[in-house]
Ligand binder design. Sequence first.
Ligand SMILES: C[S@@+](CC[C@H](N)C(=O)[O-])C[C@H]1O[C@@H](n2cnc3c(N)ncnc32)[C@H](O)[C@@H]1O
Length: 274
Amino acid sequence: MSSRVLERPRQARRRTAHDIVPTAELFETGFVRNLFNQLAPNYHWHEQMACGLTNRWRREAVDLLPALPPASVVIDLMSGGGEMWPALRQRLGPAAQVHAVDFAPAMLAQARARQQQAAQYARTTLHHADALTCPLPDEAADALVCGFGLKTLAATDFEPLARETRRLLRPGGSFVLLELTLPRHGWRRAAFMRYLRLVLPLIAWLSRGRAALHRYLPFYAHSFANLDAVEGAFHVAGFEQVRQVPLLLGCATALVGRKPEELVGQGLDFGVSE
Ligand SMILES: C[S@@+](CC[C@H](N)C(=O)[O-])C[C@H]1O[C@@H](n2cnc3c(N)ncnc32)[C@H](O)[C@@H]1O
């Protein structure tokens, strides 16, 4: 299984994200879950090394949601250690109900610890589940957010993700999906890659014995590149007002959209579209 790849013996030369050979195995559920279970204790280093940028992007992404009622229901998909929650609570207040969904028990353990430390997260329910098959009823949510969870999905998962989002949102509900992206223009892309090359070895060093694991996140970010294919899947699923919003010159991008209010009589097919 996948852990075979995670446990390669150390080599003399420091390995980088560019040494990882892209294979389908890297996008399999078992591999990704295993990776995040092992990364969980040190996942916060990525936040520290990004000098607060990722938190800023989370806030900017959440701010793209339309106004929501105080007691709204929001799903935090691929929620990790609850890194989206400060932005969500700042925007929604304490009365909103947040459902956090993640399939890696060690990341959920970090989320549980965060929840126990702050009363503002009392109305948060953790679900140990796959994001593509959430244990929540149809039309459960007013909004759905996802922070940095897309890059480890296989491209074949994008349409199932869009269909699951459509199932979970009430008519008129909105989503925002945030992910690291490569700036489209030359010098911006070069500057971003240079930044990654400087910062990521530092994260690897700080995480000591887990350095090899930390090569994977830049690998996924680099191979993901942009949200075009995800945007296409959400168009196919019938969402409206779907658009990409570049953050900091495209170093991250938020994909936003809305499930139409009226599903009948607008030529929209919200039946299962296999
Ligand atoms: C890069 S972390 C992002 C965590 C957090 N949302 C943030 O803003 O930093 C990606 C998370 O998605 C989870 N994940 C990846 N694929 C998943 C899937 N198919 N179902 C559920 N969780 C998934 C991983 O376990 C991990 O906790």
